[in-house]
Design a protein around this ligand. Sequence first.
Ligand SMILES: Nc1ncnc2c1ncn2[C@@H]1O[C@H](COP(=O)(O)OP(=O)(O)OP(=O)(O)O)[C@@H](O)[C@H]1O
Ligand SMILES: [Mg+2]
Length: 333
Amino acid sequence: MADAGPLDELDDLFSGQHGSTGGHGSAGGHGSTGQRGSVGGAAARSGRPGDVLIVMSAKGGVGKSTTSLNLAQYAAEYGPDGYRVTLIDANRGQGDVRTYLRLHNARTATIYDAARTGDPATGLLTPSDIAQFRDARWGSVDFALIPAPPSSLADPEVVTARVYADAIAYAREVSDLVVVDTQISEEHDTTNLWDRALIPLLREGAWCLSITQPIPPAVKNLIERLQWFDQIGIGPARVMSFVNMVDEGDAETADALVTRLGQVSTCLGWIPQDADVESASSLGRFVTDNPNFGPVLATALSNVTGLPGFDPSRHDEAPVGLLGRLLGRRKGR
Ligand SMILES: Nc1ncnc2c1ncn2[C@@H]1O[C@H](COP(=O)(O)OP(=O)(O)OP(=O)(O)O)[C@@H](O)[C@H]1O
Ligand SMILES: [Mg+2]
């Protein structure tokens, strides 16, 4: 860890004094088995509980929900036959996942049902449940989902941290991989969801993918959170990161941030501001084959699961994709 405080470091980073290229840590992986069948069906998967990947940031609007949705779809698309994935929207107040999936007008089950009944299974939508509610022209959704409660039912006394912890535990029983989209992680956790449901999982070996935009408050807050994670035993090997929405012309700053984040996490690189990503989100579509997003999704999933299907080299042809940057390739070289 660097001795300078985060603000000092940021001044340096944003004034472009560091010119290094992106670092890339490595993380051990492990295999996972699964059975074909609908998630949430009677036949629970055999073996150990599913892997958990928690998507976090220390500032809003950096791309957590976009990344969570695409991680879940990527894993379901490219995982082995029968690989089962569940996405949990752990934004209690403002869950955007249903909106991004164009399910916001549908009366679907949500985590509120899990709280009401005491049975997490009642809050889960299988891929075929989702297909009933979602217009087929937006494409299929291949993962299961536990949506956030409607805002009118987001009472923290009812939809408690315990409800989320139970929902994640249940999802791990019926899935090979559980992706958790979150609200921002702050020092004083007003939601209790981090302190009571997510931090304990990270301490037990869950993985984290943290995201920041290349703007000083977002980076400062994230570095402080990741330093704190490290202090409480959640070390860089299981905590990944990337810089999102880098503007054209800011590559040097982004490279420096990647190096800095590599000191407190396994930094996967940076992704530019990409109009296709933005328009796909507003159309309810995925960007699993996007040359910028695809490699970061693959690398994260490969680190978590160790499965060959997530080998990021499938995106090697990407002209200026993330892997290109990691390897020092740039357009025009
Ligand atoms: N690389 C990218 N290029 C362009 N737009 C992007 C990129 N990544 C995400 N976005 C867009 O940024 C917006 C915010 O993304 P998203 O909702 O995923 O952020 P969030 O971190 O989940 O926000 P919140 O903190 O409100 O939950 C969306 O419109 C999304 O399409
Ligand atoms: Mg979000």
